[in-house]
Unconditional design. Structure first.
Length: 375
């Protein structure tokens, strides 16, 4: 066996070991363990909900109506829209809602800058971020806020339910990805903390918030990592549900995923020295962060190496592998899994190269396929 063939089998074995091992660990944990957090179910802290906007005239009215319907004591709820230089009717629509506070920025400086500004103006003990292209279940605060009665919890995020999971191949791919994705987040939260948060619904103790990088793309995950760095837990709460549309076009799904991947790679590399194999952060430092770093940063590169070295294998082994892949693609479940996995890895690779050669895209772009609510 020549060196190139050894590289192929080593890389392939490493990928199978990490992904297979971590998946089965998370599957077992999510299905046989529970999140053991002592909490007061009647705990109702004061809450500030922050909704960042930029040219959201098509969705902001519905978002505000949805937010105002949340079941929570009115005296303990503050809703703030931070608008980054919209040029459409977003601001005029917001002004129609007397209970909503509008903070208007003259120039569009990116979401991170907007958040750094608005967090200082929030009055609530808990600050929540929620994007305008999602809808929160009316009991999401009643389900999630009691976890903050536990002093060890510093941040939490919710679980997405897709409104169009079976619309077409793009949404079916996203639905399959989300099923796997949230199982991992649930297990990580049970073990210690999850690394990835969601801008659709993320909640933080205000006293723990600090400025994020001005060029941050994954601002939600950065805030969660900053809070975990302070030795507080960051959890995904299974019963805290928000709903949104998946992009109905593969091109939009690719744009959404690669930009998200870019942000995660950016922030993981910045916090690498803090968490990677650091025993002072327990299972988070020794297991969760290293595996997530592997999946987002190392794995896409190893897949390229595996693909290139595949062509240097003996013909009989090469043919067997191709036949195995072909059979896998004929089986619906494995086909969806493989296509979803490869699409996600492609997004990570594209995001990585964009970040390395072009810097971060911190002025976010809208994905129109997720904005289909109307008023």
């Amino acid at each position: 066996m020549n060196p190139i063939q050894i590289i192929f089998f080593f890389v392939t074995a490493l990928l199978v070991l990490v992904y297979g091992g971590y998946y089965f660990l998370c599957y077992y944990t999510a299905n046989h363990k529970s999140l053991k957090i002592k909490k007061n179910r009647k705990f109702r802290p004061s809450v500030s909900i922050v909704i960042p906007t930029w040219n959201e005239e098509d969705t902001i009215e519905g978002k505000l109506k949805n937010t105002l319907k949340l079941k929570y004591p009115n005296k303990k709820l503050e809703i703030i829209v931070i608008d980054s230089g919209s040029t459409d009717k977003t601001r005029s629509i917001v002004k129609k809602f007397k209970k909503i506070r509008l903070i208007a920025e003259k120039k569009r400086m990116g979401k991170a800058n907007a958040l750094n500004r608005v967090f200082k103006k929030c009055k609530g003990d808990i600050v929540i971020m929620s994007d305008s292209d999602c809808r929160l279940d009316e009991n999401i605060l009643e389900k999630s806020m009691p976890y903050f009665s536990n002093p060890k919890v510093g941040a939490l995020t919710g679980r997405q339910i897709l409104l169009n999971p079976d619309e077409n191949i793009a949404t079916k791919t996203e639905s399959n990805y989300r099923n796997f994705y949230f199982l991992i987040r649930k297990a990580e939260s049970i073990i210690d903390s999850t690394i990835i948060f969601h801008g659709e619904f993320s909640a933080f103790r205000k006293e723990l918030l600090e400025n994020i990088y001005s060029d941050s793309v994954a601002d939600d995950t950065e805030l969660a990592l900053r809070i975990r760095k302070k030795k507080y837990r960051a959890l995904m709460i299974w019963e805290a549900i928000y709903r949104e549309y998946a992009p109905d076009k593969l091109s939009e799904r690719i744009k959404q995923k690669y930009r998200r991947a870019q942000g995660l790679i950016q922030i993981m590399t910045r916090f690498f020295s803090t968490f990677f194999l650091n025993p002072s952060y327990g299972y988070f430092g020794m297991l969760i962060f290293p595996v997530e770093f592997f999946m987002h940063v190392i794995s896409p590169i190893l897949l390229i190496v595996a693909f290139i070295t595949l062509f240097f294998l003996p013909l009989n082994i090469f043919v067997l592998i191709i036949i195995g892949i072909g059979i896998s693609l004929l089986i619906k479940r494995t086909r969806i899994f493989l296509l979803t996995f490869l699409h996600s890895q492609y997004s990570c690779l594209k995001g990585m190269f964009h970040y390395l050669f072009n810097g971060s895209s911190h002025a976010w772009e809208k994905v129109h396929g997720t904005r289909r609510y109307g008023k």
